[in-house]
Design a protein around this ligand. Sequence first.
Ligand code: BV8
Ligand code: ZN
Length: 254
Amino acid sequence: MGAGSFGSIPLELIEGLRSSRHVVVFTGAGVSAESGVPTFRDALTGLWARYDPLALATPEAFQQDPDLVWGWYEWRRLRTLQASPNPAHHAIAELARRVPRLTLITQNVDDLHERAGCQDVLHLHGSLHHPRCFNCAAAFNGLLETTNEPPVEKRQSPPCCPICSGPVRPGVVWFGEALPEKAMHEAFAAASECDLLLSVGTSGAVYPAALIPSLAWQGGALVAHINPQPSSLHSVREYNLTGFAGEVLPALLD
Ligand SMILES: CC(C)NC(=O)[C@H](Cc1c[nH]c2ccccc12)NC(=O)[C@H](CCCC/N=C(/NCCC(=O)O)S[C@H]1O[C@H](COP(=O)(O)OP(=O)(O)OC[C@H]2O[C@@H](n3cnc4c(N)ncnc43)[C@H](O)[C@@H]2O)[C@@H](O)[C@H]1O)NC(=O)OCc1ccccc1
Ligand SMILES: [Zn+2]
């Protein structure tokens, strides 16, 4: 059971990274924490503090109180617009330039990986920047793209769909909703065939995304969890690199 406190990165991982044909990087909210984007659980502040995330991030919650839910997502979207990629996002973009093949899979709904220069990011849980109609699913592109105003925590009525005047919803995957088919299949295939997987800043609590690291070590790959909270390990091929993504990932490139 290889465990390395961030001080020392186990040799097997260094060698694994050097000789890797196909690296998978799997990220959660922790990779954007150092950019000031609240992790999923931390996003429940102020107006939304008394809500359970599972209560807000569902189609039922949106139907029941669209202004509350739309307000929450607009607040998170504007926060993301005002954030910038951090050294962890940039290190992943640099790693993609160094290894023969890198597949980037994220649970995050922000666009910080793309703004750090990563292409073909597999967004398993959708994006804050692709709203669509709740009824006819037509893409909606009428939202504010820039703002300098600090986002206000307030209820806001969702815009109306110009096609069917239904309410516009955030382009994220809510609990109880299926993941985007293509992204999910590409992600699971990549995890099963890669030879090294870096799992960065995720509590591994949401399924089926949380299955991805285990698909990798079951497929014979080395797996490293980068998180200030060490993960429980289930294979000799799994490691904890206990620390902040913005520090550990650049060090992996040294
Ligand atoms: C809660 C859980 C028990 N429930 C589920 O998983 C459910 C139900 C379920 C399905 N299968 C199961 C099997 C078992 C049990 C339950 C289920 N899953 C679903 O509903 C999924 C859909 C799940 C997707 C939900 N949407 C999100 N996001 C978008 C919205 C939004 O963002 O609002 S999930 C959302 O929460 C998750 C948050 O987790 P993390 O990203 O890990 O963040 P968290 O805050 O938890 O942790 C942060 C970590 O970072 C670390 N950290 C902090 N700072 C740093 C730092 N600086 N550096 C490094 N690490 C750091 C911290 O220590 C911590 O560990 C992410 O996935 C995020 O995307 N859909 C579905 O199953 O559909 C079926 C179906 C199938 C076919 C047809 C119809 C239906
Ligand atoms: Zn519509």
